[in-house]
Structures are given as structure tokens and as C-alpha cells.
Design a protein around this ligand. Structure first.
Ligand code: GSH
Length: 209
């Protein structure tokens, strides 16, 4: 049995969707807002010193963090249902490239902008810092928009990248911006939203759609 430490709407949705997709049993443990609740941060830090979600406790009691590492690990031995193109697959290299792109380039813009106070002490500079990170994030998304296929990132075969797109388009700059500026990404997101296997996950994380 897995235990998934998370928060509805946050990055734990990436892992929850994959656990459900693979049919793994898991217990979700939801936390209050980690930016406003010192208690939640302190509690999660006991499992993951960085106090970030997703944090996944494996059936053997070990702890996994980093959504990309979890994505690769869960795919091991998943066979035809795998959300990761296996070695030898023609999409393998680009899958790895763009998975790491999302977690190493896009995801950190949230780490740095969600609470500018952590990185910029001068209050008068925080607004500009936040705005510049958001502009940079939009540039990153436009890059991804330029290379994705249809109906999924790699055409007909869905991968974990499509789950990342469905989840991350809920985050700032949010879906109205994506609809206007990244229609190909939104087409993928809508396709993943509609997957019957993942309806319960999306209901739990995005009850308002
Ligand atoms: N590199 C991590 C990033 C995880 C992450 O930044 N999660 C956010 C929520 S979506 C978080 O917990 N933020 C709290 C913080 O940064 O203190 C991953 O890919 O799993």
C-alpha cells in the first residue's frame, strides 16, 4: 500500500493520477496550505525535509520525492499500461527530455514565485521578481506548445507528459490563458480530463472543473 502526501489541486495530483492509472492501492494524506500553515510544513518535513508534495511513501516504507523520479519508478514493470515509453521506443529520448524540462524548468518557477519572500528580502522588489518569473514561465509554456503533437504529446499513445499537462494547466497562468495562448496544450489537457479511468482523481482535485 502506498501513502501519498499531498494537497488537492497541487502536484500530488500528478502522482495520484498515475497510481490510479496503474491500479495501485494508496492512502491519500492531505495537508493544509504549506505556504500558510507552519504546522502542515512541520508535519510534512518529518517525511520529506523539503516539505513539498508530492511525497510518496512506498509499500516498503521508503520515501520517494520528485514527481519525475516517481513517474519513472511507477512505470517500471507496468507493461502495456506504462505511461513512460520503454527503452527502444522511438519516443523514449524526447519523453525523458520533456519530462525533465517540465520539472527542471517549469516546476521551479512555482518554487520561486509562489512565495517570493523566501528568495527576495526587499519587499518593494518582490512584485517585479514575481512578474518576471511569471513571464518566463509563459515563455517556457509557449516552447512546449511549439513541439507537442496531437491528440497527445506523442500522438496516439498517451504518456505521463499528458498528465503533467492536464495538471499543470490548472496552475497559473491557468486554463483561460492556455486556451488563448496554447491551444494545443489545452487540447491535450481536455483529452486527459475526459479519460474515464481518471474521473475520480480530477473530481477530487478540481471539483470546479
Ligand atoms: N521537484 C518537485 C517539486 C514539487 C513542488 O514544488 N511541489 C509544490 C506543490 S505543487 C510544493 O510542495 N511547494 C511547497 C514549497 O515549495 O515549499 C517535484 O517534481 O515533485
Amino acid at each position: 500500500m502506498f501513502t501519498l502526501y499531498g494537497r488537492p489541486g497541487w502536484g500530488s495530483a500528478l502522482v495520484e493520477a498515475q497510481l490510479v492509472w496503474y491500479g495501485h492501492e494508496f492512502e491519500p494524506v492531505d495537508f493544509d496550505n504549506l505556504f500558510t500553515s507552519a504546522e502542515a510544513r512541520e508535519k510534512l518535513a518529518r517525511v520529506n525535509p523539503l516539505a513539498q508534495v508530492p511525497t510518496l511513501e512506498m509499500p516498503d516504507g521508503s520515501v520517494m520525492t520528485e514527481s519525475a523520479a516517481i513517474t519513472l519508478l511507477l512505470a517500471d514493470g507496468a507493461g502495456a499500461k506504462s505511461l513512460v515509453p520503454p527503452p527502444g521506443d522511438r519516443n523514449r529520448a524526447q519523453f525523458l527530455r520533456w519530462l525533465v524540462f517540465l520539472v527542471a524548468n517549469v516546476y521551479p518557477t512555482f518554487t520561486y514565485a509562489d512565495d517570493p519572500n523566501r528568495f527576495v528580502g526587499d519587499k518593494s522588489a518582490q512584485g517585479d521578481y514575481e512578474v518576471r518569473i511569471k513571464i518566463y514561465r509563459e515563455k517556457l509554456w509557449r516552447l512546449v506548445e511549439g513541439i507537442v503533437g496531437a491528440p497527445f504529446f506523442f500522438g496516439e499513445k498517451m504518456t505521463a507528459l499528458d498528465i503533467y499537462i492536464a495538471v499543470m494547466t490548472h496552475w497559473t497562468p491557468k486554463r483561460a490563458w492556455f486556451e488563448a495562448n496554447c491551444p494545443k496544450l489545452m487540447a491535450i489537457a481536455h483529452r486527459v480530463d475526459a479519460l474515464p479511468e481518471l474521473q475520480a482523481v480530477w473530481q477530487r482535485h478540481y471539483p470546479k472543473g
